[in-house]
Design a protein around this ligand. Structure first.
Ligand code: TYD
Length: 160
């Protein structure tokens, strides 16, 4: 099972869309294993957005991300990082498909509501950046038998 990070950004908090965002991933069948509200600082942002620090819009991103708290969530599921990115939609909300979070609720590029890890490797790294081991919960989800085939939830290759 993969772990992936979602941040409901300040615009999602201000616009009261956090519940809606959580619901998108719950109804997909993903497992919430960690959640907290926090204010991000320069150090966290420089690490989190290290691929963007030389971009002209980086200062805007930073100021925006510090303008209100964010809600950080760790989700778990079979190959969940790619599934989450489909649900989140394209970076530019004006190009995001209808039905995605950004396609349905956002229009400004720098106000696209949500961060989602872009690879399984980054998902692991980002979950560890935002959550300590003690903040990540391990539990059985009773619906898994109806969400996954046996081989997906157990990884042992058997069909049922
Ligand atoms: P990026 O990591 O490229 O996209 P994503 O969030 O889809 O993984 O960019 C991080 C954030 O930076 C993005 O969510 C919004 C902001 N951003 C801009 O404001 N302008 C831009 O031109 C780009 C590429 C991103």
């Amino acid at each position: 099972m993969e772990r992936t990070l979602i941040l409901a950004k300040p615009d999602a908090v201000q616009r009261g869309l956090v519940g809606n965002i959580i619901n998108r991933f719950e109804r997909k069948g993903l497992k919430l294993i960690g959640i907290k509200m926090l204010s991000v600082d320069d150090e966290m942002l420089d690490e989190h957005y290290s691929h963007l620090t030389d971009k002209p819009f980086y200062d805007d991103i930073k100021n925006f991300m510090k303008s209100s708290p964010v809600v950080a969530m760790a989700w778990e599921g079979y190959e969940c990082t790619a599934s989450v990115r489909v649900i989140v939609g394209a970076t530019n909300p004006r190009e995001a498909d209808a039905g995605t979070i950004r396609g349905d609720f956002a229009i400004g590029q720098g106000r696209n509501l949500i961060h989602a890890s872009d690879s399984a490797e980054n998902g692991e790294k980002e979950v560890s950046r935002f959550f300590s081991d003690e903040e990540l919960l391990s539990y059985d989800k009773s619906e898994y038998i109806h969400v996954y085939e046996h081989k997906e939830r157990s990884g042992d290759g058997r069909d049922s």
